[in-house]
Design a protein around this ligand. Structure first.
Ligand SMILES: Cc1cc2nc3c(=O)[nH]c(=O)nc-3n(C[C@H](O)[C@H](O)[C@H](O)COP(=O)(O)OP(=O)(O)OC[C@H]3O[C@@H](n4cnc5c(N)ncnc54)[C@H](O)[C@@H]3O)c2cc1C
Length: 464
C-alpha cells in the first residue's frame, strides 16, 4: 500500500476526516466533494497521481487526526504569552469570560444567539484590523445551500449571520487568500480553526494573512441530509429545498425553543414554512441524527485555538430571554479590547462570569465529546483498530449505563444515514421515521433505566 493510500484509508475511510478542506489546500490533486450521505470528503482528481514523501507528510501535518501538534500545543504557542492570560483544563486559555449579547443595531435579532459572531467580524472590518472577512453565506451553486465566502463589506459580513447546521469547507476561500494579499478574519468550528492553524504552520503566507479566528462551539457537525430531512418533514421534498434558517427565534418562548424556517417548492409552488424544532424528528442533539462521525473524535469542545470562542448560553438564567445570549471566551488582546470598548460604549451587554459558568453551559457536550471520548477510543483499542492520538486516553472507566448510551449513539450515527438512503430510494419518508423511531426508542429506554437506577440509589442512600 502506498503512503498516500495508507493515510487516506486511516483518515477518510475510517471516518476521522472532518471535511474541512485542508488537504485540498495543501495538495492540488485533491478536491472536496459531497459523498452520497451529504458529507464533505477529500477526493483525488487523478487517481494515478504519485505523491512524493514530502506531499504525504504535508497531508499528515494538515490533518488534526495525524498532526504531531495537538490543540494544546498550538494554543500554547498562540496565547501563553498574552499578558494576564489564564488557563483552564476544559476551556483552554482565556483572558475574558462573558455571557451576554450585542445591543447595537440588529446583530442580536439577526443572529442565532446574542449576535456576537457577526458583530465581532464587523468590528474587525470597521476598525481596519482586517481587509476581508471569511464567513458562511447562502450558496447559489447547485447542490449546496451554504458555503464559505470572502467579503470586504459590512453588508457581506451581515449576510453571513446565523448558524448553519450544514457542511461547508474552506479550500476554495483559503486558496483565494493565498493568491490575494490582505489581512483576513475567519469564523469556524473547532476542527476547522485547528486545521487552519496547522495550515498556517505549513504555509507562512496563510500564517501572515490569517489575522483573526472567531471560533464557534460545535456539538457536532451535520451532513446536508439533516437540512433535507427537516424540510421533508415540512412538506418540501428532497431536492426542492431552497433556503433554511436553522435558528428562527420565537418571541415569547425561551431561546432554546427555536424554530426552523424552510423555503422550497411544494406541489410546484414556492412556500415558506416555519416549524418548532422540538416538533421535528431529529431534534435531539444527544441522539445525533446525521452526525459526521469524526465529530466523535475530537476533544476540543471550546475551540481552544480560536482567538475568541462563541456559543449559546444554555443556562437557565439566560435562556428565558427569547432573543438569545452568547457565551464568550476571549483569548486575543485586540478582540478583548473590542469587547471592552463595546461594554464602555453600551454596544454590548455582558456579565463577566467564571469558568464554571461557561463549563455549565456546555456540560453535556463536555461529557459526551471530551470525557466519554475515552470510552470510544477504548473500543477502538480493544478491536485493534487504528485511532487518532487524542489528549484524552482510552479508558472503559465509565458506568455501564453511560457505556450503553455511548454504544447506542454509535449505532444511531451509523444507521441513520443508511435508513435515509433507503427512504430516498423509495421516496418514503415514513420508512425512515419508523426505523429512526426504533433507534430512538431504544435510546430512551436506556435513559429510563438510568433514571430508575439514580432513583434507587437515592432511596437506598436515604435509608442508610
Ligand atoms: C454545526 C454547529 C454546531 C453548533 N453547536 C453548538 C453547541 O453545541 N453549543 C453551543 O453553545 N453552540 C453551538 N454552535 C454555535 C451557535 O449555534 C452559534 O453559532 C454561536 O453561539 C454564535 O451565535 P451568534 O448569534 O453570536 O452568531 P451570528 O451573529 O449568528 O453569526 C454566526 C457566525 O457563524 C458563521 N457560521 C454559521 N454556520 C457556520 C458553519 N457551519 N461553519 C462556520 N461558520 C459558520 C456565520 O457565517 C456567522 O459569521 C454550533 C454552531 C454550528 C454551526
Amino acid at each position: 500500500m502506498s503512503d498516500f493510500a495508507d493515510i487516506y484509508d486511516k483518515i477518510v475511510k475510517n471516518k476521522y476526516d472532518f471535511g474541512t478542506g485542508s488537504w485540498a489546500v495543501v495538495n492540488d490533486n485533491i478536491e472536496m466533494k459531497f459523498d452520497k450521505y451529504g458529507e464533505y470528503h477529500p477526493y483525488q482528481k487523478n487517481q494515478h497521481y504519485q505523491y512524493s514523501e514530502a506531499e504525504v507528510d504535508q497531508l499528515r501535518q494538515a490533518c488534526l487526526s495525524t498532526s504531531e501538534l495537538n490543540e494544546s500545543d498550538i494554543a500554547k504557542q498562540l496565547f501563553s504569552s498574552v499578558k494576564g492570560i489564564k488557563h483552564d483544563d476544559d476551556l483552554g486559555y482565556y483572558s475574558g469570560l462573558y455571557v451576554g449579547h450585542v445591543t447595537e443595531g440588529d446583530f442580536r435579532s439577526n443572529g442565532s444567539s446574542g449576535g456576537f459572531g457577526t458583530w465581532i467580524l464587523s468590528q474587525l472590518l470597521k476598525s481596519n484590523e482586517v481587509d476581508f472577512v471569511i464567513n458562511v453565506v447562502e450558496s447559489h451553486d447547485s447542490g449546496k445551500l451554504f458555503k464559505y465566502s470572502i467579503s470586504n463589506s459590512l453588508d457581506g459580513v451581515k449576510s453571513g449571520a446565523k448558524t448553519k447546521y450544514y457542511p461547508v469547507e474552506f479550500s476554495e476561500v483559503i486558496n483565494v487568500l493565498k493568491e490575494t494579499p490582505g489581512r483576513y478574519a475567519i469564523v469556524g468550528l473547532p476542527s476547522f480553526i485547528m486545521e487552519l492553524r496547522l495550515l498556517a504552520e505549513l504555509d507562512p503566507i496563510i500564517k501572515e494573512r490569517l489575522k483573526y479566528t472567531v471560533g464557534l462551539v460545535c456539538g457536532h457537525q451535520k451532513s446536508t441530509k439533516f437540512a433535507e430531512f427537516l424540510a421533508w418533514q415540512c412538506g418540501i421534498k428532497p431536492g426542492s429545498l431552497e433556503k433554511i434558517n436553522f435558528r428562527k427565534k420565537q418571541a415569547d418562548y425561551p431561546a432554546d425553543r427555536y424554530a426552523i424556517e424552510v423555503t422550497g417548492k411544494v406541489n410546484g409552488e414556492t412556500q415558506t414554512i416555519v416549524k418548532e424544532m422540538r416538533d421535528l424528528v431529529g431534534n435531539d442533539w444527544g441522539q445525533g441524527f446525521f452526525k459526521v462521525r469524526a465529530s466523535d473524535f475530537t476533544d476540543d469542545v471550546m475551540n481552544e485555538t480560536a482567538d475568541i470562542t462563541l456559543g449559546d448560553a444554555w443556562l437557565p438564567e439566560y435562556t428565558q430571554d427569547s432573543l438569545g445570549n452568547n457565551i464568550l471566551i476571549v483569548r486575543n488582546p485586540t478582540i478583548q479590547q473590542i469587547i471592552s470598548d463595546g461594554i464602555r460604549d453600551n454596544k454590548v451587554s455582558v456579565d463577566a462570569v467564571n469558568a464554571s459558568t461557561i463549563y455549565r453551559s456546555q456540560a453535556s457536550h463536555f461529557k459526551h465529546t471530551k470525557y466519554e471520548l475515552a470510552y470510544r477510543l477504548f473500543k477502538k483499542q480493544k478491536n485493534h483498530e487504528w485511532y487518532p492520538e487524542k489528549r484524552i486516553q482510552p479508558s472503559s472507566d465509565i458506568s455501564l449505563i453511560r457505556r450503553k448510551i455511548q454504544d447506542q449513539r454509535e449505532t444511531i450515527c451509523f444507521n441513520i444515514p443508511k435508513y435515509y438512503q433507503v427512504a430516498l430510494s423509495k421516496n418514503d419518508m415514513q420508512y425512515f421515521i419508523n426505523n429512526a423511531n426504533k433507534l430512538s426508542a431504544q435510546y430512551k429506554r436506556i435513559y429510563l433505566g438510568k433514571r430508575i437506577i439514580s432513583k434507587l440509589k437515592r432511596i437506598l442512600h436515604l435509608k442508610n
